[in-house]
Design a protein. Structure first.
Ligand code: PEP
Ligand code: MG
Length: 798
């Protein structure tokens, strides 16, 4: 105390300016040497009181949510009132400081109309009041107050000094706030993990159940092909009509039997026409010829006369039909040509159709429930068209076809879909209650009430969450510090354009042109392609459309292209390699794309480029096509941008050369990851090794982005990674100009981008690029995500 008195005496003799400096210095010392924020603040208020000869110095902390101020530290007032005294910002002189965000002085505080007395503080002795706001980065953190018992005015220097001291105090409060919010988040995380662990424990009950016991409570695992949750009654599509018993029965009179057959064929033809109309309305590019071929076969005299002949031999129409179909299927199945092999499936389908008519089952039975989950081995388009869209709640497929037409269509219709569910048809019975989780790729059969309740809650939250996201539709994907990223859509079918617009896509970042080729009977003609591409470009209403040339091969073969036998199809004849080997087909596509470029902005993109020679050869063909079009008098946009996909490690190595050849790069990480890590993207056995956040993948991405940036060119990403919220911070930080993804994911990614700041993202990316393990990468990203307050997104999508 003697020491303090001595110091006060020294301070009093010091020039005022020095006194201020010394006070700030002392406060700096307190902050530097204390690790306890509350103790620092207490030390600071004591030091202020001592240096400025004030009887009271206090700090109130501001809670913006509750809009209250509470006493955090004091010297002079009753120390017992710390943490107990709290007031609204519309109360007391302290409240005015926050409301006005400027210093407030009162010579006689008690005479002020806003004076508020707290008996527990014992402040009735103090008359004069000076309060200054404590502000950090334009955020109010609290109020710093000095009081004296003598009625006095505070000098301008005192006000200025108190304001200067409020700056480091604000820093401490900001840190305290941060720590508190981290602790809360940590607490939230712990409680989330606990909730998850409990949920998993509940789910474990299912795991012991043997799969394949129909009607049992079972949990089936597959792959999520279209997100969302669906609850409904199972409708098994594959149940074929069988005739074994009928075969033994003798027919009635010949004429009656022939009439039955004729009537059944007539009704089948009409039914086909209706189905065709319904399907083409939702998927215009499906080849109408598929239906026409079935109609023609139904009316083919040799098909019909073979059935009639067997009826003449004494068989019932049903049995005669079945024998004829079996004979034909056997003949087609023996053929080598894959296209002809596939016709066998068409014939079976026709047989079933006529059979249903003969048996009076009529058009495929529509399930009675208004909440239907379709279950099938694979699903034909006509199966999807069978059920009114509002009643179709989910789809479960035993086949692994994430890219099958039906699952692409399900995605377009936003129907939650799980594929690759082994033995689904054994484990599920007609009418079973199902919960389908398209996000996690899980199907619950006859779930317990707890699971149903849990999913009911999840679905409601999910819907509310998505509704909330829709409000972002017209806002830009802009970080807090003003950095813009373009969010665009990956599309395959014309129906996807509607989704792209609905979810606020700024462009089409990837139009997979092979998708319409896969559903056609033959390569599309130039005119068919021009028509299709024009519809896409026009449909996007002036937004750029990135048209990728055919990416066939590997797992994508149209029926009319003979599949070569290859030991390693993904390392074989695929994508641009096919296009370059079949220039007559490739050039027709280039002509069609260029011709479509007159109706709106088009970017042409080439897949799977692995060398400089390859992209140069592609450009030579493009130049030839442009010359030909000019000579023929066709208009096209000569300045349409030319880009290439980076999907092969060699393209990353050569990125600085390749970028000289094109206007932009787009990273196809689906393939890039499988080639860098030597992990087949479709092989479930090695699925855990397929890791987008592997440090090697990140280094390759960083290298490709750097090459593009160095050349001043645009770089985007169109692999699935772009839609993964865990990766967004990193991708933005790496410097991607554009993220292209399934339209459904755009709002989620936008919300994330709008919650982060570019500088943080950049420094995270810098740190991540130097890391050695996936675990380190993920924990750094997770830490950063926690600070962004975006845990709800992670919970919804992971
Ligand atoms: C990719 O490989 O990331 C990509 C977008 O192409 P696709 O998935 O069509 O092979
Ligand atoms: Mg690819």
């Amino acid at each position: 105390m003697a020491e303090a008195a001595k110091q006060r005496a020294v301070s009093a003799r010091e020039p005022r300016r020095h006194r201020g400096l010394r006070l700030l210095e002392d406060i700096g010392g307190i902050i530097a040497h204390s690790s306890d924020h509350r103790a620092s603040v207490q030390g600071i208020v004591e030091t202020i009181a001592e240096h400025l000869s004030m009887e009271v110095c206090s700090l109130y902390v501001y809670d913006p949510h509750a809009q209250t101020l509470s006493l955090f530290a004091t010297t002079g007032l009753d120390p017992g009132s710390v943490g107990k005294v709290a007031m609204g910002i519309d109360e007391g002189l302290t409240g005015i400081v926050i409301q006005k965000m400027e210093p407030v002085m009162a010579v006689d505080a008690m005479a002020h109309p806003r004076y508020k007395y707290f008996p527990e503080t014992g402040e009735e002795r103090y008359h004069s009041f000076l309060g200054v706001p404590v502000v950090d980065q334009r955020t109010a953190r609290g109020v710093l107050i000095v009081q004296t018992s003598r009625r006095r005015r505070f000098t301008r220097d005192e006000v200025r000094l108190l304001k200067a001291i409020a700056v480091p105090v604000a820093g401490i409060l900001a840190q305290t706030h941060l720590r508190a919010s981290l602790e809360t988040k940590e607490e939230e995380r712990r409680s989330y993990e606990e909730r998850m662990a409990q949920a998993i424990d509940r789910l474990r009950d299912y795991e012991g159940q043997p799969v394949g016991r129909p009607g049992a409570q079972t949990r089936l695992i597959g792959l999520g092909a279209s997100p969302g949750f669906g609850v409904g009654r199972a409708h098994l599509v594959a149940s074929e009509l069988r005739l074994d018993d009928l075969r033994r029965e003798r027919r009635g009179p010949l004429k009656r039997e022939l009439n039955r057959l004729a009537a059944a064929i007539k009704r089948s033809v009409e039914e086909l026409a209706r189905t065709k109309e319904r399907i083409l309305a939702s998927v215009p590019e499906i080849d109408a010829a598929v239906f026409d071929a079935q109609q023609l076969m139904l009316q083919d005299p040799s098909f019909v006369s073979r059935i009639e002949a067997l009826i003449g031999e004494g068989l019932r129409a049903e049995a005669a039909l079945q024998l004829t179909v079996e004979e034909l299927v056997a003949q087609f199945a023996e053929l080598d040509d894959p296209y002809m092999k596939d016709r066998a499936a068409d014939i079976k389908d026709i047989g079933q159709r006529v059979l249903r008519q003969l048996l009076g089952v009529g058009e495929r039975r529509r399930p009675a429930s208004d909440a239907v989950v379709l279950v099938a081995s694979d699903i034909a388009l006509s199966d999807l068209a069978l059920i009114e869209q509002e009643n179709l709640k989910a789809v479960v497929l035993a086949s692994g076809g994430v890219t099958s037409h039906a699952s692409i269509l399900a995605k377009s219709m936003e129907i939650p879909t799980v594929v690759g569910v082994e033995r689904a048809e054994e484990a599920i019975r007609e009418g079973d209650e199902l919960v389908v989780d398209g996000n996690a790729g899980v199907v619950f059969v006859n779930p317990t009430p707890e699971i149903l309740r849990e999913y009911d809650r999840l679905e409601r939250e999910y819907r509310a969450f998505n509704r909330d996201l829709e409000t972002l539709r017209d806002l830009p994907a802009e970080t807090l510090d003003g950095h813009r990223v373009s969010l665009s859509a990956n599309i395959g079918l014309l129906g996807d354009m509607h989704l792209a617009r609905l979810h606020g896509a700024e462009a089409v970042g990837l139009y997979r042109t092979e998708v319409p080729f896969l559903s056609h009977r033959d390569f599309l003609t130039e005119e068919e392609q021009v028509d299709l591409y024009r519809r896409v470009v026009e449909g996007m209403g002036g937004q750029p459309v990135t048209i990728r040339t055919l990416d066939l091969g590997a797992d994508k073969y149209p029926r009319y292209l003979r599949v070569p036998h290859e030991e390693n199809p993904f390392l074989g004849w695929r994508s641009i390699r096919i296009s370059l080997e079949l220039p007559e087909i490739f050039k027709v596509q280039l002509r069609a794309i260029l011709r479509a470029s007159v109706v709106g902005p088009v970017r042409i993109m080439f897949p799977m480029i692995s060398s400089v020679e390859e992209i140069r050869r592609v450009k030579e063909l493009l130049a030839e096509v442009q010359d030909e079009l000019r000579a023929e008098g066709y208009a096209f946009d000569p300045n349409a941008s030319i880009g290439m996909m980076i999907e092969v490690p060699s393209a990353v190595c050569m990125a600085s050369y390749l970028i000289q050849e094109v206007d932009f790069f787009s990273l196809g990480t689906n393939d890039l990851i499988q080639y860098i890590l030597a992990v087949d993207r479709n092989n479930r056995k090695v699925a855990p090794l397929y890791e987008p956040l592997h440090p090697a993948v990140i280094q390759h991405m960083a290298q490709a982005v750097a090459a593009a940036k160095h050349a001043g060119k645009r770089v985007s990403i169109c692999g699935e990674m772009a839609a993964d919220p865990v990766c967004t911070l990193l991708l933005v930080g790496l410097g991607f100009d554009e993220l292209s993804m399934g339209p459904f994911f755009i709002p989620v990614i936008k919300r994330l981008i709008r919650a982060l700041d570019y500088q943080t993202a950049q420094s995270l990316a810098d740190q991540v690029v130097g890391l050695a393990t996936v675990r380190q990468v993920k924990s750094l990203i997770f830490e950063a995500m926690r600070d962004l307050d975006v845990i709800d997104i992670m919970e919804m999508y992971h």
